[in-house]
Write a protein that binds this ligand. Structure first.
Ligand SMILES: [Zn+2]
Length: 296
């Protein structure tokens, strides 16, 4: 029997494939994809703190590229709301916090990676709290904007996270997130080789349909949704791109490494989706309907 769907609690799911000794299921009811077994919370916390997953060196190396990514994302968000108190969940070394601060936000980050939080606070003077999100200490309706860039797919229980975000946001407050798009053409073409199928890190995989369902169920209205790019250094671009196009590795030999680290490009395979949602003013996060409105 398949494990219970982490989003809709259905017990009916199809085994799609196996990879690295993990099973990949797809829920028959809400279409969410998820891995089984999932590493335990303590094991994942150990791997993140040992820099075996999401290592801080990667974020230090790509800081300039991340700054560009977050500038673009905040520009979009600011079309819908003015700067106020911002909370960035899974902030790592806090690159987004520094960018947001320059744009007038009061920016606070959360990350349970001790080294990342320490580094961000020391190197950039940003406010990073080393806490679990489930025990964040923020008051009800105290935050204007919550962000989760490439985080929700790392979490085993999406609804409890989304409902906690609901609790923190003031009425009308905004939530921005990005995640790999498991409904994308790239995912379908690559199958189990898709770069984002990483079962120790990515526990759940959303399509636009399952995202719309999750957010609707947690009491959000989606205002904006698009495929987005993430900027990366040419070095990272070659590294990731060579998984799809092995010949790219020969390009690296032609370009001096100071240039491959210096040049920044948008990494855009149409397989990352971002959305901006608004907390419902009149409804708590407990909707039960199976039929969310279409994503705009
Ligand atoms: Zn489901």
């Amino acid at each position: 029997m398949p494990p219970t769907c982490p989003l809709c609690a259905a017990l009916s799911a199809r085994l799609r494939f196996q990879k690295d000794s993990f099973n990949f299921f797809q829920c028959d009811s809400c279409s969410l994809q998820y891995v089984d077994p999932m590493l335990s919370d303590s094991e994942r916390k150990r791997l993140y703190n040992n820099d075996e997953l999401s290592p801080i060196e990667y974020y230090k190396k790509n800081r300039r590229a991340d700054q560009k990514t977050f500038q673009e994302r905040l520009k979009i968000i600011e079309k819908f709301c003015s700067p106020g108190l911002l909370l960035d969940i899974g902030t790592n070394i806090g690159t987004l916090l520094a960018v947001a601060r320059e744009r007038g936000w009061n920016a606070i980050g959360i990350d349970f990676n001790h080294r990342a939080a320490q580094y961000g606070a020391t190197a950039y003077g940003v406010d990073i709290r080393e806490v679990e999100f489930s025990n964040n200490g923020f008051a009800n309706e105290s935050v204007d904007l919550v962000l989760m860039n490439d985080v929700l797919e790392h979490l085993p229980d999406p609804l409890s996270v989304l409902r906690e975000i609901q609790r923190l946001l003031r009425p009308g407050g905004k939530f921005f997130m990005s995640t790999p798009d498991a409904g994308s053409g790239m995912c379908r073409i690559m199958g189990p080789s898709w770069i984002h199928y990483k079962p120790r890190e990515h526990l759940v995989y959303y399509s636009r349909k399952s995202l719309a369902y999750a957010l609707h169920k947690a009491g959000f209205n989606i205002l904006w949704c698009k495929n987005v790019a993430r900027y990366r250094s040419l070095e990272s671009f070659i590294e990731k791109g060579s998984l799809y196009l092995p010949s790219l590795t020969s390009v690296r030999k032609l370009i001096p490494s100071f240039l491959t680290n210096r040049i920044i490009l948008p990494l855009f395979f149409y397989d990352e989706v971002a959305l901006l949602a608004e907390k419902q003013k009149d409804q708590p996060g407990n909707r039960t309907t199976q039929n969310p409105p279409e994503i705009p």
